[in-house]
Design a binder for this molecule. Structure first.
Ligand code: HEC
Length: 150
């Protein structure tokens, strides 16, 4: 009596199956390399200075978010402020916070609060760019577009 035949690799995985497996394995390695080499993934996280953190507290206390957005999220009376300092410069940014402009109210803040807020906005701008202009495309959908069905 001969021993029962055990299936060999050749029997259970056909030549075509092995080709498909090899293609998937190569694809996995290439995609993994792409993910790990992506500079967006390796980029160092921006940190806030103590004065920037104070500025953030004032930002929350004054409810700036009611009218403004970071990364497209927030209230819509005023503009997105993610990169406001690189757009206007620190002096003009501080000037608008100090005096108000158009529908932006003058909040009568002390100079040190205006300074901390400006530093907070400056450091906020270093966390990224909005709207994103780079690949991979942004996490955030385009804003200011009508909702479907409205
Ligand atoms: C009541 C709504 C409202 C609140 C609250 C508010 N803002 Fe504004 N802000 C606006 C509007 C509206 C504008 C645009 C003004 C214009 O068109 O001239 C603006 C403009 C600005 C600008 C200039 C932006 C640009 O691109 O020109 C800065 C900086 C700014 N606000 C900072 C702040 C900060 C900091 C706070 C909180 C301390 C704050 N805002 C609170 C409504 C508001």
């Amino acid at each position: 009596m001969s021993a029962p035949k055990t299936p060999s690799a050749d029997d259970s995985i056909s030549r075509w199956n092995r080709r498909i497996l090899a293609t998937l394995a190569v694809g996995f390695v290439v995609m993994s390399a792409g993910v790990f080499l992506d500079t967006g993934v390796q980029q160092e996280a921006a940190t806030f200075s103590p004065e920037g953190v104070t500025g953030k507290r004032i930002w929350l206390r004054e409810n700036c978010m009611v009218c403004h957005q970071f990364y497209g999220m927030g209230g819509y009376l005023g503009p997105d402020l993610t990169n406001v300092v690189s757009r206007l410069g620190s002096e003009t940014t501080a000037w608008v916070i100090r005096n108000g402009r158009g529908s932006m109210p003058n909040l009568n803040l002390p100079e040190e609060d205006i300074r901390s807020l400006t530093i907070f906005l400056e450091e906020m701008g270093e966390t990224g760019t909005f709207p994103q202009k780079t690949w991979p495309p942004g996490w955030f959908p385009p804003v200011h577009q009508p909702l479907p069905g409205s």
